[in-house]
Design a protein around this ligand. Structure first.
Ligand code: FAD
Ligand code: AMP
Length: 475
């Protein structure tokens, strides 16, 4: 007899583990299977995000930003230090400690909500049965009333630049470097490429980012993108747009990169090359024949707006389905499905998923860009507040960037908020909440913001949309 559960979750990343916890909270019997193995051979829950993505990258971004500030800003504050040097081994040790604490935390959360964590491989069989292969290779069959697929994503490998450690690295490899490369190449000026490029630039690498698209940060509001490009250039990131990599070859201890741009074929020699050219849904060895679960043309598991696959009782959430590949989107989908299974209310508002790039200055947005609003034809108004006019930002020595709010001319609905500046990733939460509650720009204008805080920038941007800003000149 197959071991039976109410719910089996395959994948224990930010989509799968919250789904399992919520199912447990809903008093359902639940097992969560994950095959992730770290370089020490140990199994860990948490998926890409905790082990090789969000968390380790933010740990290194924080450390490297502190190096930069110690070198460039301490003197301004009147703090004298000797020459600042980097102990990369300690920096990496700190990062690994944070990752370990985060992933071990999931085991504790599973215990508290009654989730059975299973380390190994899961494969969906027809009829909501799951073949589980344990660490020792032994197989057993499980069955469930509902199966949630949360198998995540993996980095895209380019034919032109196949991964070849230690020279041509994916994003995980780029987080594990044990020496600062003198010359570092990055393929892709997306979120991951910019964050990783920033880490190693601040630690001393000469960083060249090659981006095939002619436009910088095409997904972002272009006023924001232009401001970001200016800051990255000042920081010494050499971002080359319209530069499509056509070949990368390891030669001795260097990588010879060939790329095509408007002028023709170009070459670049670097010591290490990071390929950050996107991610793709991961479904290898996940689906046996006859499950009824289908993939779309991009290899994502096909689901409806409530993450139901075509197979009765089988759901799919997170990076392995359509939509932005983000941890918080994954989490909300996982929680929604676990609630729907329990007969509770569940919904994801795909219009209010925030995006954050954890560079310095930080970049964050929610809703429509000005370009998208313009294209929609709906009359709109824009308010921009520069952090230069924020007392708190000046006191922090971080008076860079701006907060921008776009609202509808007719009913004052907030359509988008775009922030580049200190703690933008935290500030955007207010805009997300406002949009979730269908707030108007006037609602934000009438909300009291503590002084002096960075959040006043969002308040003033809302005021500026009606040319009523107090702390900056209305244009
Ligand atoms: P994953 O995290 O990939 O987890 C899937 C899990 O399923 C894995 O543990 C895998 O081992 C397991 N699995 C797959 N198949 C099977 C199987 N058959 N049997 C058993 N287990 C299986 N997002 C953000 O929102 N913010 C950030 O700051 C951010 N930073 C990032 C930085 C980097 C460098 C990278 C690479 C990504 C970053 N992301 C960030 C993206 C984020 O990591 C993903 O969106 C998120 O991890 C997706 O969660 P998931 O659970 O769908 O997939
Ligand atoms: P993202 O999908 O946000 O992670 O960003 C990945 C980026 O890599 C995109 O902006 C792509 O345009 C870029 N990219 C993909 N392939 C290449 C290539 N061969 N050369 C340069 N850039 C690339």
């Amino acid at each position: 007899m197959a071991e039976a559960f109410d719910v089996i979750v395959i994948g224990g990343g930010p989509a799968g583990y919250p789904a399992a916890i919520r199912a447990g909270q809903n008093k359902l019997s639940v097992a969560c299977i994950d095959q992730w193995r770290n370089p020490d051979g140990g199994y860990a829950f948490g998926g890409t995000c905790l082990n090789a993505g969000c968390i380790p990258s933010k740990a290194l971004l924080e450390s490297s930003e502190l190096v930069h500030r110690a070198r460039e800003e301490f003197a301004l504050h009147g703090i004298k230090t000797g020459p600042v040097s980097v102990d990369l081994a300690q920096m990496q040790k700190r990062k690994s400690g944070i990752v370990k604490a985060s992933t071990q935390g999931i085991n504790a959360l599973f215990k508290a909500s009654g989730v059975t964590g299973l380390a190994g491989h899961g494969r969906l069989l027809p009829g909501r049965r799951v073949e589980f292969t344990g660490a020792d290779g032994s197989k057993r069959e499980l069955s469930a009333k509902h199966v949630i697929l949360a198998s995540g994503s993996v980095p895209v490998e380019l034919k032109a630049a196949p991964f070849k450690a230690p020279h041509i690295l994916d994003s995980w490899g780029a987080l594990e470097l044990d020496a600062v490369p003198k010359r570092l190449g990055v393929i892709g000026a997306g979120v991951i490429g910019l964050e990783l490029g920033s880490v190693w630039r601040r630690l001393g690498s000469e960083v060249t980012v090659l981006e095939a698209l002619p436009e910088f940060l095409a997904i972002a509001d272009q006023q924001l993108a232009k401001e970001a490009a200016r800051h990255f250039k000042k920081q010494g990131l050499d971002i080359r747009l319209g530069a499509r990599v056509s070949a990368a070859k390891v030669s001795g201890d260097v990588v010879e990169v060939t790329y095509e741009d408007a002028k023709g074929t170009q070459s670049l020699t670097v010591d290490r090359l990071i390929v950050a050219a996107g991610r793709r849904a991961f479904t290898a060895e996940l689906l046996a024949a006859g499950t009824g679960v289908e993939l779309d043309e991009r290899g994502c598991i096909k689901v409806d707006e409530h993450c139901r696959t075509g197979a009765e009782g089988v759901w799919a959430v997170g990076d392995c389905v359509r939509g932005p590949m983000l941890a918080h989107k994954s989490k909300e989908e996982g929680v929604m499905v676990a609630d729907l299974i329990a007969g509770r209310y569940g919904e994801v508002n795909y219009k209010t998923i925030p995006s954050v790039i954890y560079t310095a200055p930080e970049i964050a947005w929610v809703g429509l860009t000005e370009e998208q609003v313009k294209a929609s034809g709906r009359p709109y108004k824009v308010g921009v507040f520069p952090f230069l006019a924020s007392g708190r930002a000046r006191a922090m020595e971080q008076a860079q960037g701006f907060a921008k709010l776009i609202a509808a001319q007719d009913d004052d609905e907030i359509l988008g908020v775009h922030i580049i500046g200190p703690m933008a990733g935290e500030l955007i939460a207010e805009a997300v909440l406002a949009m979730e509650y269908c707030a108007s720009s006037e609602d934000l204008q009438r909300t009291i913001h503590a002084h002096p805080t960075l959040s006043e920038a969002v308040h003033e941007a809302a005021l500026a949309a009606d040319k009523r800003a107090i702390d900056s000149i209305n244009r």
